[in-house]
Design a protein around this ligand. Structure first.
Ligand SMILES: Cc1cc2nc3c(=O)[nH]c(=O)nc-3n(C[C@H](O)[C@H](O)[C@H](O)COP(=O)(O)OP(=O)(O)OC[C@H]3O[C@@H](n4cnc5c(N)ncnc54)[C@H](O)[C@@H]3O)c2cc1C
Length: 427
């Protein structure tokens, strides 16, 4: 049985590990912190706009487990907020243990507190990865899902310093890129102003620190949109820095948009606390993530791998990539899509079976191929792509790929011969 080693346990790494296991490999998943899900630990928004279509395509293709788990631990379903329809908001406190249980039941060997610090190679093949604890994990094929946030030096150089985010570089060591260790020249995203990186687009407030009226609204509807008095408004420039361009809308400057993911998710990269506390209902506000949400947030998209549409990393024989590592495709749904394909193709590669691409007749396949093309141009690399808004959602609508008709989505998947594809054993 071939052995697949997945490095990084965010949404993409979990998806890659699950897909590789289902395809018939022995799978080890290495995560540097104490918890899985990476930035997904402070996320929560699923199924908004075109993410609904993508999630249902993946379910029809046999990769539904992680979508079913986020649905199962949802605090709110079918929520609307500015520019976004039919969102599901998962509970950030419940989702990680639920995902761990799914991986354990599938038989994935998960190692937390296992930061890969180095690799061993023979020619152009990776043979093993080595963790901070000096453990060595050998594999036939490797999947890199290390994300693009951190290390601290990136947040200092390209952002406002370490904001003490969920990535927790000071505690667990910074992100280490496997592709870079193997000699791959990685790509850095640019902001609209030409500077490198992108700042994470939301932060979280402790719900208990908000007024009872706001808390009640959040608990009952999932959303609270509170107008920001003009004298307290942020400079509109903050929108151009956002990693999540689907939320770079005027409404997010004129209002504080809060979503209930257990904490109150504030849809802005950061907010000066003194200003925030001048808004009625926020007099006692306090940040939950990042702890220094008063001044900044993490900088991401600093290390993306050149790759094929089957998610094989270019330049290394036996390395695949998923999630943010595979390009500026932002989001949990997006990370699950690319992670799943990377994991499945890793097993196909090990088994000597031809690699697959998801057909571009499906939104997931089109997004993977389109972003790959965009990454090659100056203009393209300065944008972020997501099924949920901005340029890619526009493209989805233009191509007729966006729909919430589940039967129609299944028919499309059937038409391209991909029904239950990710449930098929390769070995
Ligand atoms: C604050 C914030 C809020 C967000 N909210 C949402 C949202 O509501 N909805 C949405 O769809 N998207 C949201 N996003 C975006 C989304 O979280 C990401 O695009 C997506 O989840 C990225 O997944 P990933 O697996 O590629 O990377 P990450 O989530 O960054 O995971 C990478 C993992 O790899 C680990 N790692 C790194 N290096 C190593 C190493 N050398 N060895 C072992 N492990 C390593 C890290 O510890 C981490 O757990 C949010 C992002 C942020 C930052």
């Amino acid at each position: 049985m071939p052995k697949v080693v997945v490095v990084g346990g965010g949404w993409s790494g979990c998806a890659a590990a699950l897909a590789a296991k289902k395809a018939g490999a022995e799978v080890v998943l290495l995560e540097r912190t104490d918890m899985l899900l990476g930035t997904g630990l402070v996320g929560g928004i699923m199924r908004n706009n075109g993410r609904f279509t993508a999630a249902e395509e993946m379910i029809a293709m046999g990769a539904g487990e992680l979508f079913q788990v986020t649905d199962a631990v949802a605090r709110h379903k079918n929520v609307e907020f500015p520019g976004h329809k039919h969102a599901t908001l998962y509970d950030v406190a419940k989702v990680e243990p639920a995902v761990r249980r799914i991986l354990a039941e599938a038989g994935v060997e998960v190692h937390t507190r296992s930061r890969v610090r180095d690799i061993e190679m023979e020619g152009n093949r990776i043979t093993a990865v080595i963790t901070d604890n000096d453990e060595k994990f050998y594999g036939d094929v490797f999947v890199e899902c290390t994300g693009t946030a951190g290390p601290q030096s990136n947040c200092t150089k390209y952002g406002n310093g370490c904001a003490m985010c969920i990535i927790r570089c000071p505690s667990y060591g910074g992100r280490v890129s496997i592709a870079a260790k193997a000699g791959v020249k990685e790509m850095m995203a640019k902001k609209a102003d030409g500077t490198y990186g992108a700042m994470s687009g939301s932060c979280k407030l402790l719900k208990e620190s908000l007024s009872q009226e706001i808390v009640d609204k959040l608990n009952s509807t999932g959303v609270a949109v509170i107008p920001v008095p003009e004298e307290v408004r942020e400079d509109e420039n903050i929108l151009t820095k956002k990693a999540c361009q689907q939320y770079a809308l005027k409404e997010f400057i004129e209002n504080v948009v809060l979503l209930d993911t257990g904490h109150a998710k504030l849809m802005a990269p950061y907010f000066p606390l003194d200003q925030l506390r001048r808004i009625p209902g926020f007099e006692n506000a306090r940040f939950e993530d990042p702890y220094a949400g008063n001044i900044g947030n993490s900088i991401r998209y600093m290390a993306m791998s050149p790759r094929d549409n089957n998610l094989k990393t270019l330049g290394v024989e036996n390395l695949f990539c998923g999630g943010e590592k595979a390009g500026p495709l932002v989001g949990h749904t997006e990370a699950i899509c690319t992670g799943t394909l990377a994991g499945a193709n890793a097993v196909r590669y090990a088994a000597g079976v031809s690699l697959v691409e998801i057909p571009t007749d499906l939104a997931v396949g089109d997004a993977i191929a389109y972003v790959n093309e965009q990454m090659k141009t100056e203009e393209g690399i300065s944008k972020k792509y997501t099924f949920s808004g901005s340029v890619y959602f526009e493209r989805m609508k233009h191509l007729g790929l966006y729909t919430t008709d589940i039967e129609e989505i299944r028919n499309r998947v059937r038409k391209v011969g991909m029904i239950d594809f990710f449930n098929r054993k390769v070995i």
